[in-house]
Design a protein around this ligand. Structure first.
Ligand code: DC
Length: 217
């Protein structure tokens, strides 16, 4: 039995939905590392709408980020405030790639992530899990899909949450985030050499989950 599963890939590829499902089926803990960078972005915006690098570094200095698995999904708190919904707003999404590119932010988050995975039985998703956070993971997946399809999924998701979103704007934002996440100097988004590539463009969530389950046997 493989106990540590790492899932990386670009925004909207279906990582969190699939990771949650696989974790549920295996009775493992799901760790959403993107939520942790979002938490830092949210805290920064509480103090400054501009969110300069200095503001971000100040916010991360003494931040307490907690992820709790609940029946209804992962609950995220920052310094004891529940920010589960707030970290998904367009304002947070807009600055989060910049937040995640800063060395001190990554160092702190990666340390927390490694501690969370130390006992095994985890499914962790993000951008650098297989390459940097958990290089010894038992199963590594690089999950991707076309930009068009990823934008469509995010569009449906945002609409369902009641946000007025423009499809083309969303697609541009996703493409810009892909670029920023893949070209940053520290731990950029890339497929680990030993990761299995899965393209979810024309696969259902259940099909992707089934392939990952098979690799975990
Ligand atoms: O998966 P997401 O959209 O919630 O991630 C938010 C941002 O955090 C994303 O733009 C890239 C960054 N991120 C990262 O750099 N490393 C991770 N392990 C997870 C997310």
């Amino acid at each position: 039995m493989k106990c540590v599963i790492a899932i990386d890939g670009p925004a909207g590829a279906g990582k969190s939905t699939v990771a949650k499902l696989v974790a549920e089926k295996l009775g493992y803990t799901y760790i959403d590392t993107g939520a942790m960078y979002r938490a830092v972005a949210w805290k920064t915006l509480q103090h400054s709408k501009e969110a300069t690098d200095e503001d971000i570094l100040r916010a991360v200095q003494d931040i307490d980020v907690q992820l709790t698995c609940t029946e209804s999904g992962t609950r995220v708190t920052v310094d004891n405030t529940d920010v589960t919904r707030e970290i998904r707003t367009p304002e947070v999404t807009h600055i989060v790639s910049r937040v995640a590119a800063l060395g001190p932010v990554r160092e702190k988050m990666v340390e927390l992530q490694r501690a969370m995975a130390a006992d095994g039985a985890v499914v962790m998703d993000g951008r650098d899990i297989g390459t940097n956070v958990l290089p010894n993971a038992d199963v590594k997946i690089f999950l991707t899909a076309s930009v068009e399809e990823r934008a469509r999924r995010r569009y449906d998701e945002m609409k369902e949450k009641g946000y007025a979103v423009d499809f083309d704007e969303l697609k541009q934002e996703i493409a810009a985030r892909d670029k920023q996440d893949s070209e940053r100097a520290i731990s950029p988004l890339r497929q680990a050499e030993d990761a299995v590539l899965l393209d979810s463009t024309s696969l259902t969530i259940d099909e992707v989950a089934a392939r990952i389950m098979k690799l975990s046997e």
